[in-house]
Write a protein that binds this ligand. Structure first.
Ligand code: SAH
Ligand code: SF4
Length: 349
């Protein structure tokens, strides 16, 4: 009997024919209809008005929620940045953020893992350790929850919780789904993967030759400092990272970003600028300067504006191309590196 069918946890991540199978639909076009409603962000089957009513009602009873996750909490700051705490089916909680820039462009900042194993000393998520990887559907659902608030979200950055290249295949699956022309249709050039510098992941990205944007959290071009800040630098030090980036650039042929979190009195000296200039020689990059976002339990400080101005003057003199990131999302603790979950109810695996 149809009624005994086991319903999936979610329909996100499925292609129309898979939806058809999972829901026991009789007609292929109905799989496509459901898929289209999912992309439009409806929250339940009763809203899928082009399905025959008895079918809608059966599905509504069997599967009251279309997502495996739910929004636990929403916080909005004065810039319009909206942070969602999302509870996953096992009780774990991740965060994602909608950022609106000055031109009104909307970017979804997504998490790839619950917590992060990399333990960078300046990052709040790093203090959590890794709880678990997210499945592709859990990454997609963050985007869905944000699109329900802002359907015109056009860009995605993997700069939430976790190291996306440490959860490579689920992240790529999620990107493939979100990129689908008949679905969300987000162009690959509008999707940025940010990594702490996992060389095997960067190599795999080059192999796939997927024209997503890459951002690498360099933070400092001094190898000893980097080891002090980022344990990953022991396994993949700067003199190994640079050839990997050159290889990536030769394959992909697109400019990428180096993220440089500005830490007061630590990586903002003239010498730091010089090391950065040396590191980027031969790389087609732009350096994204991010003044450190405070996180209560961490001991770093944000540089003063004067300190930043002196550093950028050095960069100008050395011809280092940079942009200065405007800290949106700080008001909701949703800016880079501020994501950590305080209200995880269970740490279920
Ligand atoms: N794990 C990936 C992506 C998530 S972190 C990575 O490390 O790149 C996203 C960005 O936030 C990274 O560039 C990281 O360096 C930066 N970041 C982490 N903590 C921060 C903080 N407290 N203030 C400002 N930026 C921070
Ligand atoms: Fe993980 Fe990135 Fe934070 Fe480092 S900066 S702990 S890699 S999320």
């Amino acid at each position: 009997m149809e009624k005994q069918m086991k319903m999936p946890k979610t329909l996100y991540g499925m292609k129309p024919n898979e939806i058809m199978g999972a829901l026991g639909l009789e007609k292929a076009f109905q799989g496509k209809q459901v898929y289209e409603w999912l992309i439009r962000g409806v929250t339940q089957f009763t809203e899928m008005t082009n399905l025959p009513k008895p079918l809608r009602e059966r599905l509504q009873t069997q599967m009251p929620s279309l997502t495996s996750s739910e929004v636990l909490d929403t916080q909005i700051d004065e810039t319009g940045a909206t942070k969602l705490a999302i509870q996953l089916h096992d009780g774990a909680v991740v965060e994602c953020v909608l950022l609106i820039d000055r031109d009104g462009r909307k970017t979804a900042c997504l998490s790839s893992q619950v917590g992060c194993a990399m333990g960078c000393s300046f990052c709040r998520t790093g203090t959590m350790g890794l709880v678990r990887d997210l499945k592709a559907f859990e990454i997609i659902e963050q985007f869905v929850h944000l699109c329900r608030i802002a359907p015109d979200t056009s860009h995605i950055v993997f700069m939430g919780m976790g190291e996306p290249l440490a959860n490579f295949s689920e992240v790529i699956q999620a990107i493939t789904y979100i990129h689908d022309k008949d679905g969300f249709d987000i162009g690959l050039r509008r999707i940025t993967i940010s990594t702490c510098g996992l060389i095997p992941g960067i190599e795999k990205l080059a192999e796939l030759n997927l024209p997503v944007r890459l951002a690498v959290s360099l933070i400092t071009a001094d190898n000893n400092q980097r080891t002090e800040l980022m344990p990953i630098n022991k396994a993949y030090p700067l003199d190994a990272l640079k050839p990997a980036l050159i290889h990536y650039q030769n394959v992909i042929g697109k400019r990428f970003t180096l993220e440089y979190v500005l830490l007061r009195d630590y990586n903002t000296s003239a010498q730091s600028a010089q090391k950065l200039a040396n590191f980027i020689r031969g790389l087609d990059v732009i350096v994204n300067l991010i003044p450190w976002n405070p996180a209560a339990e961490l001991d770093w400080e944000t540089p003063t504006n004067r300190e930043i101005a002196i550093f950028t003057r050095e960069l100008d003199a050395l011809g280092v191309p940079y942009t200065r990131r405007y800290s949106r999302g700080r008001g909701v603790n949703g800016a880079c590196g501020q994501l950590a979950v305080e209200h995880t109810t269970e740490r279920g695996l």
